[in-house]
Design a binder for this molecule. Structure first.
Ligand code: URA
Length: 209
C-alpha cells in the first residue's frame, strides 16, 4: 500500500486557508484551486522517468535530461474537479483530459455515475484523478474503478481536502493508487460535508447557489 502524501508546504497551507475562508470570493477561489492543483502536481510528477539527450549549450556540448515520454492524463470528477484541471495543464500542457460524471445521491450519499469519456490511450498514461473534496471516499473510489476498467495502470488521486474516513476508504479500496491531499480534516457533518472543510467546492468554484 502506498502512503498518502499530505502536504505540509507553507505555500499550500496558506492557500488552503484562503480557500476555507467563507469571505474568499469566486474569482479568487477559482484561481487558488488551480494554483494548489499546480503545486500538488509538481510533487505528484516527482517520479516521472527521464532519459538523457545530447544538446549544445552556448558553452559546449552537454548530456542533459528530458522527460522520457510518459504523458499525463488528467481526469476531473465533474463538476468540482474541473477547477483543478487548469493547474495540471499549466505544468503539463500536453496532458489529455478525460471526464467522469458522478453526483451524490442526497439521501444515500452514494455516488451515481452519469458520464465517462476518457483518452483512448489511457493505459499508456500517468493518470491523475481530480476532485477537490474527498468526503466519504466513495466517489473517488468509483471514479478510480472506472479508469481502471478503461485500462489505466498507473493512477494518482489528488484532492485539496480529504476527511480521515474518506482517505481510509480510498486506501482500502485502491491500495495501489498514489494519494495526494493538501489537507486532512477529521470530521464530516450529517450530510457528509467535510468540517471545517471549505463548503461546497463546486458552488464556490462556479459561483452557483
Ligand atoms: N463536496 C464538497 O464540495 N464539500 C464537502 O465538504 C464534501 C463534498
Amino acid at each position: 500500500m502506498n502512503d498518502p502524501i499530505i502536504f505540509d508546504h507553507p505555500l499550500i497551507q496558506h492557500k488552503v486557508t484562503l480557500l476555507r475562508d467563507k469571505n474568499t470570493g469566486t474569482k479568487e477561489f477559482r484561481e487558488i484551486v488551480a494554483e494548489v492543483a499546480m503545486l500538488m502536481c509538481y510533487e505528484a510528477t516527482r517520479d516521472l522517468p527521464l532519459r538523457e539527450v545530447e544538446i549544445e549549450t552556448p558553452m559546449s556540448p552537454a548530456r542533459a535530461k528530458v522527460l522520457a515520454g510518459r504523458k499525463l492524463a488528467a481526469v476531473p470528477i465533474l463538476r468540482a474537479g474541473l477547477g483543478m484541471v487548469e493547474g495540471i495543464l499549466r505544468l503539463s500542457p500536453a496532458a489529455k483530459v478525460g471526464h467522469i460524471g458522478l453526483y451524490r445521491d442526497h439521501e444515500t450519499h452514494l455516488p451515481v455515475e452519469y458520464y465517462c469519456k476518457l483518452p483512448s490511450d489511457i493505459d499508456e498514461r500517468e493518470v491523475i484523478v481530480l476532485d477537490p473534496m474527498m468526503a466519504t471516499g466513495y466517489s473517488a473510489a468509483d471514479a478510480i474503478s472506472m479508469v481502471k476498467r478503461h485500462g489505466a495502470l498507473s493512477i494518482n488521486f489528488m484532492c485539496i481536502i480529504s476527511s480521515a474516513e474518506g482517505l481510509a476508504h480510498l486506501r482500502k479500496t485502491h491500495p495501489d493508487v498514489h494519494i495526494y491531499c493538501a489537507a486532512l480534516d477529521e470530521k464530516m457533518d450529517d450530510n457528509k460535508y467535510i468540517v471545517p472543510g471549505l463548503g461546497d467546492a463546486g458552488d464556490r468554484i462556479f459561483g452557483t447557489k
